[in-house]
Design a protein around this ligand. Structure first.
Ligand code: ADP
Ligand code: MG
Length: 257
């Protein structure tokens, strides 16, 4: 299958006919998607439409899908699970980084240690190199002075920024965000979106599942509306959010506004 699909590597991410079943339940029903380097694509859609599953397939947390996923031209089908630990030859980093709604920080480790542990264990960096990279990444997310804080001493917004710093320290080529601000108190959402926006402006390729329509409108190059395991609409924020063509998109947008 993979040999039949040719790519010149111009896309950061390609999905070709991706299907995924959980038992009798078909969750992804033939997804086709292309994302260019530096592009920010926001994915919106109802609960259960397959948004998280799509990101998990790209992050290689799901096995057994049909079709093909390519990252910078390279098929991921044969890489097995958890390949963000697989060094990326171009940067010496990970292929994709993922940020989850629930932060997933280790509670018994400081912010700095949350970042240095995977750098040492997975990438084999020395303690000193890992610490210096962690300091850079914490500064990048505005948390220079929180290196020694434990997660329970941080606000939700600060925890999520540590999680972003941890993902970035692996030097991913694509960043995936799965409802990164959905667990936050409303007053803490902005600081996380600001970090994401900076990252977008720096040219990071990003796939962002979000309910923050104003972020999608302002930051996304593209908005993708998913429903029932399919891409229903895919276009500019103005097209999809302001002038949706499909009835399902219109219904979703009027339900949330
Ligand atoms: P969304 O993120 O858009 O809310 P999900 O990708 O989480 O949707 O889920 C899509 C569908 O897949 C849902 O019906 C969900 O119940 C199902 N699903 C997700 N993960 C699993 C799993 N590990 N096993 C079985 N069903 C799953
Ligand atoms: Mg989800």
């Amino acid at each position: 299958m993979s040999a039949a699909i040719r790519s010149d590597g111009q896309y950061a991410l390609e999905l070709h006919g991706v299907h995924l079943r959980f038992g009798a339940n078909t969750v992804l029903k033939g997804l086709n998607l292309k994302v260019s380097p530096g592009e920010v694509a926001c994915i919106i859609g109802p609960s259960g439409s397959g948004k998280s599953t799509l990101l998990r397939c790209v992050a290689m947390l799901e096995e057994g899908f049909e079709g093909e996923i390519r990252i910078f031209g390279e098929s991921t089908n044969h890489l097995g699970r958890r390949p963000w630990i697989r060094p990326n030859p171009a940067t010496g980093g990970a292929v994709v980084g993922m940020v989850f709604q629930s932060f997933n920080l280790w509670p018994h480790m400081t912010a700095a240690r949350n970042i240095t542990a995977p750098l040492e264990l997975v990438k084999g960096l020395s303690k000193d190199d890992a610490l210096s990279l962690a300091a850079d990444m914490l500064a990048k997310v505005g948390l220079k002075d929180k290196a020694d804080a434990y997660p329970d001493q941080l606000s939700g917004g600060q925890k999520q920024r540590v999680a972003i710093a941890r993902a970035l320290a692996m030097k991913p080529r694509i960043m995936l965000f799965d409802e990164a601000t959905s667990a936050l108190d409303p007053e803490l959402v902005g600081e996380v979106l600001a970090v994401m926006r900076n990252l977008a402006e720096e040219g990071m390729t990003m796939l962002v599942v979000t309910h923050e329509m104003s972020f999608a409108q302002r930051v996304a190059d593209r908005v993708i509306f998913m429903d029932d395991g399919q891409v229903v609409e895919d276009g500019s924020p103005d097209m999809v959010l302001r002038n949706p063509r499909e009835a399902r998109t219109q219904a979703f947008l009027s339900a949330i506004s």
